[in-house]
Design a protein around this ligand. Structure first.
Ligand code: XUL
Length: 548
């Protein structure tokens, strides 16, 4: 007898569904809607709209709404047995906000299966657009909130993160300042995760502690909305925020619109949605100390389970609630796959050619080093994008390919040093995690084994696993997280890459060099050219010895 659970992931570029069978421990179905291709009428690029200023980035919440119907239609066509799904949960790109007027609740309650979600929800928005995580236009608001709360250390202690451009609080403040009338007409402000959950639930859904921590509004120690943070953000905000719940909370049952239109069972449980990173934490099996994940996707992220609360007082890293009820660390790099694609496209390469170039170039890149800010960067904070090349120019494809990959991974290692719990293994996820050549560089730079999984969408998988855990808990068939990981995820491991010990020292040197270059370029530090020359000589010597 199958025991099916559905996980959805509303990401930057598309909406994905994954169905897992907990009887056979298998992923039995996967499908997706890509916003650029399947909903081309909205003219998004990689799922978003980037303004001419380069720092204002938004999407349109009606796209995600329409994508839900479209995805379920695709699943109907594939004859998915909706009525056998026991529970559903979801994931969404973090921080993005959806602004709704006082008709939203009524519209949700009256959804009719003869019409579609798009037409019935369209009139609910008090703001036509949703700022998303790629937006970095709120530096002024970040500063204002930070000052009101007593400075960077206090904000970090209170909310788990410094005030950050893409976080919901500063975004809400900007909306209130720029469009006060629309702000006052806003009845409820959802995260993308709780907005999507509301559609399925047929009423406004709560925000979970995982995604709620990405707003600069939730107290990270108590998991409650923080009155001071709320007051520092915008007037009358408390009443516009949904309630907060544990990520494992069963928030209700799926709404009649979906049971009647697609044939879901009216008993199908709905579990709180969370952010893509908290979901991925579960999807790659990080539920105990010592393991971290690298997610290579639109953004690259580095995250890990934390038993204890560690904070990054430099303000680059974040702490979110983990779906297990503990904590997780997260560092987000905006110049992820889009930056790798810039290089790939500049030389008209296929991904295979890109990977071959990585294979055929030496670790250390003969002392050539890049600082890859193709787009405004989150970590380290770079608002005016610029690509810096030291020792080479933009014409050589091989050097550029290795330079971008090494730079991204060195930066990850450098900026993840604040996390107190030492890692012993990296789990890889995200679209680019099929590229073993990139991951081998990760294994070498971190000097840790890298575990690769069959399924790259760990956020949707994590949502499916979370829904299963809550379902079994509800019928007192307690499965602990470790058992779930052991039984389910071990079947999904595709390969483990081991670090090459011969390049350990070389990459330690290169990390120091990379740090000096960041200091030079971003903070006016000393020019590290003499160090680079010494590093280059080491690289060349090493290369010759290898050849001999
Ligand atoms: C995390 C972050 C991104 C988004 C999009 O803080 O901004 O990872 O969640 O995936």
């Amino acid at each position: 007898m199958k025991e099916l659970f559905l996980g959805l992931d509303c990401s930057t570029q598309g909406l994905t569904a994954v169905i897992v069978d907990f009887n056979s421990f298998q992923i039995i179905y996967k499908n997706e809607v890509n916003y650029d291709k399947d909903l081309a009428q909205y003219n998004t690029q990689n799922g978003v709209y980037i303004n001419d200023d380069g720092i204002t980035v938004h999407s349109n919440p009606i796209i995600w709404t329409e994508a839900l119907d479209l995805l379920f239609h695709k699943m109907l066509k594939d004859k998915v047995a909706f009525n056998t799904i026991l529970a559903i949960s979801g994931s969404a790109q973090q921080h993005g906000t959806v602004y709704l007027n006082d008709t939203f609740e009524k519209r949700l309650q009256n959804l009719h299966p003869d019409s579609n979600l798009r037409d019935q929800i369209l009139g609910s928005f008090s703001r036509k657009i949703s700022p998303v995580w790629m937006d970095s236009s709120t530096s002024q608001q970040c500063q204002e909130i930070r000052e009101k709360l007593g400075g960077i250390k206090k904000v970090i202690k209170l909310t788990g993160s410094n005030t950050i451009e893409r976080f919901s609080g500063p975004q809400i403040r900007k909306f209130y300042q720029d469009q006060p009338e629309q702000y006052y007409k806003t009845n409820v402000i959802h995260l993308i995760s709780s907005y999507m959950a509301s559609l399925l639930l047929g009423k406004s859904a709560p925000i979970d502690h995982g995604d709620g921590a990405g707003m600069n509004l939730m107290n990270i120690a108590t998991n409650q909305w923080d009155q001071d943070a709320i007051e520092a953000t915008a007037p009358n905000l408390r009443v516009k925020l949904p309630s907060l719940v544990k990520s494992q909370e069963i928030i209700g049952k799926i709404a009649p619109y979906f049971t009647e239109k697609y044939g879901f069972s009216p008993n199908a449980l709905l579990i709180a949605w969370s952010g893509d990173n908290p979901n991925s934490l579960i999807g790659v099996g990080l539920t105990s100390k010592g393991k971290v994940a690298i997610s290579l996707g639109t953004s690259d992220t580095y995250f890990g389970y934390m038993e204890k609360l560690y904070l990054d007082f430099k303000g680059e890293g974040h702490v979110f609630g983990a779906p297990t009820g503990d904590y997780m660390s997260l560092i987000c790099f905006k110049n992820g796959s889009l930056a790798r694609e810039e290089i790939k496209n500049q030389f008209s390469l296929t991904w295979k050619e890109f990977s071959d170039m990585l294979l055929n170039t030496p670790p250390g890149n003969n002392g050539n080093i890049m600082l890859p800010y193709f787009f405004p960067e989150i970590v380290p904070l770079v608002l005016n994008p610029k690509v810096y090349r030291f020792g080479f120019d933009e014409n050589n494809p091989e050097i550029n390919v290795r330079a971008i990959v090494e730079a991204q991974l060195l930066s990850m290692k450098l900026h993840s040093r604040w996390i107190g719990e030492k890692a012993s293994e990296i789990h890889a996820t995200g679209g680019t995690s099929i590229n073993t050549e990139i991951l081998q560089v990760a294994a070498d730079i971190f000097n840790l084994p890298v575990r690769i999984f069959e399924l790259t969408n760990s956020a949707a998988l994590g949502a499916a696993i979370r829904s299963a855990k809550s379902f079994y808990d509800s019928i007192n068939q307690n499965n602990n997280w470790t058992e779930i990981n052991e039984s389910f995820l071990k079947l999904l491991v595709k390969e483990i890459l081991y670090p090459n010990e011969n390049v350990k020292e070389l990459y330690e040197d290169m990390l120091l060099l990379y740090e000096k270059y960041e200091d030079y370029v971003l903070r006016g530090g000393e020019n590290p050219e003499p160090f680079r020359q010494r590093f280059k000589t080491k690289c060349l010597k090493r290369d010759i010895t290898k050849k001999v």
